[in-house]
Structures are given as structure tokens and as C-alpha cells.
Write a protein of this length. Structure first.
Length: 388
């Protein structure tokens, strides 16, 4: 069988063997409902408590400030709606950026139907939000600022600390979607200065369908899922014990190995970028040259369609993405690239390759060796604009 090279770690990651091992007992002998009182249930309860303690250590917060959810999308929805509705009497204004994940953007658009007003801040050509713009946008009706820690398409890392100094001074709640940052950046909520933070297990070698929302003690929050009293009455539903145990183990591993993982990814990332820029003309790097995630490579190839590059790579066993997985089935250009001022044609020729612990230098060299041929072939066929 042909070798498979997976370069789409921003879309999802495989479960680490130690994570799987941590989860298995809770599908079999330790299947008790954590809310029951017999000893088998106590094993489940204990696993939840331990997971919460582990995660609290990584985030430098209190275990009681953590709510386990079904993933990044639920965490973003719950943070934004939960804080908007809790603050309804204080104000109706929300500030976000135009390059957020759809779990944030579409939630904000949903709230606009219920009387909330949303400011979608612009970004510069590198995808950076300007903290001064956040400050200017805050009014006495502003109840929430939600800005991602790192962008999932172009990997740009946002100046959250500077933004938090502003929201703190103005007394406005700050939420961050840190889904792409886990395992790559410091998640200490006090250092970041955030009041709410979202994570998703499957982005850092944990299981799919389990996420986390941090809510700082005292921050106004209205639970968005009603039912039983789980998660201290903030998120009803029988706990996903196996998923939560796996999430905690994955986050612990990711944080313990952060430095070596980042060094590995940066080495591969820079080799890939350099190799492509040296061998192919009319290509540029999307996103910030230095303020970017260690594992993100996003390149814009002029005169070609990103989709065609993907199909050709796939035939050679290479899995990558054009922009974000959520938009790859539509013909709309990426909202992130468009907001950065990248032209529609160039945005259509963009290719995202996101690296992981399982990638090697040989993988990168293979991609560098096949990509020039693919681009040359596609450009020769291209009906798009004048030929280079
Ligand atoms: C993947 C992702 C999400 C959604 O997480 P799910 O667990 O897949 O729902 C949200 N925000 C960002 C930045 C992401 O990359």
C-alpha cells in the first residue's frame, strides 16, 4: 500500500495510545454512572474528579471553574450565549473578529436575531486583531469580547494578553477560542487574562466529541443545557467519563511534551515553507511570518485551484486541506483569507498543511518533491487569468 502522509492536524488528530489506554476501562468494567452511589459508580466519579484536577493544573485554575462539554463548538456556543443571556440587563453588545471559527461567528449571528449587536473587527494582512481596535469598539453596552487565541486556517496567534489588559480595565468579559492553541501555547488563564476559554479534545491527540469550557469564578454565566445537575448545574447530561478521562490524559501529555513537539513542528514547518518557496514561483505564505502556530503552513498558489492541488496530493497519499475543513465542501472562498485582504482568486489557490508529532522530515521532503510537478501540471491546464 502507498505511504499515507497526514498533514491535516488542524482538522483532527489521531488518539494517542496512552489516551486510548486511559479511556478503555470506562467502556467496560468501570461503566457506572458517576451520579450513582455504589462503588462501581465511585470509580467513575473519581475519574471525573482526577480529570478535572489534571486539566485545572494545565490551565492554572480551580477545578470548579471547568465544564466538560461535547467539543469546541459546544464550548464556544455555551460561552457566548451563556454570557450574553446572563448579561441581558447590562447590555447587548458583543465584540468579535472577522476571522473566528464558525462556531463563534455563527453563534454571534444567531444572537443578532435576539436583539444583540455584534461588532466584527477587521484584521490586518497577517490576520492580526489590533488591540486598539478592541478598545475603540467597547461601549457601555458591551458585555463580551470573544477573540480566538490562534487561527485554525492561517495559524496567526492573536495578542490576547494585550486585549485582556483592555477588557480588564473596562470590566468586560473576555472569551477565547483556544482550540488550535492547545499543545502549542501556554494555556494559563491568568497569564492570558481571559475569563472564558474553549478547548476540544480531538485537536490535541484526544478523542472526538469531548471539549472543555473554562468559566472564571464570578463571571456572569447562564447555563445553556437544562436537565440534571451535572457539572455543578452548568451543563446537564450524564458525563462522558471515558471521553473526559481521555481529554485530561491528552491535555497532560500535550502540555508535558509542548516544547519538544513545538521544536519538531517548527523544524518541519520551516523546511516545508522554504522548500516550496524555493522551488515554485508565484506562491506566498498566508498568515503571520513569526506570530504563527508551530505546525501551520498555509500557502497561496496563484493561477491554480486549491481543490485541484488537494485531489492531486490525495492521489499520492498526502492529506491536506484548502482553508478550513468546514468550508472545503463549499465554493465560497475562505472568510479568513478574505478578511485578510487576500484576493478571491488567490484565496481559491490556498493550501493548508498542518503538521503533527507523527510527521517526519522524509514526509516533508516527499511533499516538496511532488508539489512542483502538481502545480506545473495544473497551471498548464489553468483557464485562470494570464499564464505566469
Ligand atoms: C475545530 C475547531 C473548533 C470546533 O471544535 P469541535 O470539537 O470540532 O466542535 C472550534 N474552534 C476552532 C478554532 C477549531 O479549530
Amino acid at each position: 500500500m502507498q505511504k499515507q502522509i497526514y498533514l491535516d492536524h488542524a482538522a483532527t488528530t489521531p488518539v494517542h495510545p496512552r489516551v486510548l489506554e486511559a479511556m478503555l476501562p470506562f467502556f467496560t468494567e468501570k461503566f457506572g454512572n458517576a451520579s450513582s452511589i455504589y462503588s462501581m459508580a465511585r470509580d467513575s466519579r473519581k475519574a471525573l474528579d482526577e480529570a478535572r484536577d489534571t486539566v485545572a493544573e494545565v490551565l492554572s485554575c480551580k477545578p470548579t471553574e471547568l465544564i466538560f462539554t461535547s467539543g469546541g463548538s459546544e464550548s464556544d456556543n455555551t460561552a457566548i450565549k451563556g454570557s450574553a443571556f446572563a448579561n441581558k440587563s447590562a447590555g447587548n453588545h458583543i465584540i468579535t473578529s472577522s476571522i473566528e471559527h464558525h462556531a463563534v461567528l455563527h453563534t454571534c449571528q444567531f444572537l443578532e436575531k435576539f436583539g444583540f449587536e455584534v461588532t466584527y473587527l477587521p484584521v490586518d494582512r497577517y490576520g492580526l486583531v489590533d488591540p486598539a481596535e478592541v478598545e475603540k469598539a467597547i461601549t457601555d453596552r458591551t458585555v463580551l469580547v470573544t477573540i480566538m487565541l490562534a487561527n485554525n486556517e492561517v495559524g496567526t496567534v492573536e495578542p490576547l494578553r494585550e486585549i485582556s489588559r483592555i477588557t480588564r480595565a473596562k470590566g468586560v468579559t473576555l472569551h477565547t477560542d483556544a482550540v488550535q492553541a492547545a499543545g502549542a501555547l501556554d494555556l494559563s488563564v491568568d497569564k492570558l487574562g481571559v475569563d472564558m476559554l474553549s478547548l476540544s479534545g480531538h485537536k490535541f491527540y484526544g478523542p472526538k466529541g469531548v471539549g472543555l469550557l473554562y468559566v472564571r469564578r464570578g463571571v456572569p454565566f447562564l447555563p445553556q443545557q437544562q436537565g440534571g445537575g451535572q457539572e455543578r448545574n452548568r451543563r446537564a447530561g450524564t458525563e462522558n467519563v471515558a471521553g473526559i478521562a481521555g481529554f485530561a490524559e491528552a491535555l497532560k501529555l500535550a502540555s508535558e511534551n509542548m516544547q519538544s513537539t513545538n521544536e519538531h513542528c517548527v523544524r518541519l514547518r520551516d523546511r516545508l515553507i522554504k522548500g516550496v518557496l524555493e522551488r515554485i514561483d508565484h506562491v506566498s505564505l498566508n498568515g503571520h511570518p513569526s506570530e504563527r502556530l508551530p505546525n501551520n503552513v498555509n500557502l497561496a498558489f496563484e493561477y491554480v485551484e486549491g481543490e485541484s492541488i488537494l485531489l492531486n496530493l490525495d492521489m499520492l497519499g498526502i492529506a491536506a486541506s484548502s482553508g478550513s475543513a468546514c468550508t472545503s465542501s463549499s465554493l465560497e472562498p475562505s472568510h479568513v483569507l478574505t478578511a485578510m485582504g487576500v484576493s478571491v482568486e488567490v484565496a481559491h489557490g490556498s493550501l493548508r498543511m498542518t503538521l503533527g508529532t507523527d510527521n517526519s522530515e522524509e514526509d516533508i521532503d516527499y511533499v516538496i518533491s511532488v508539489l512542483p510537478g502538481i502545480i506545473e501540471k495544473l497551471r498548464a491546464l489553468s483557464p485562470l487569468v494570464a499564464k505566469p
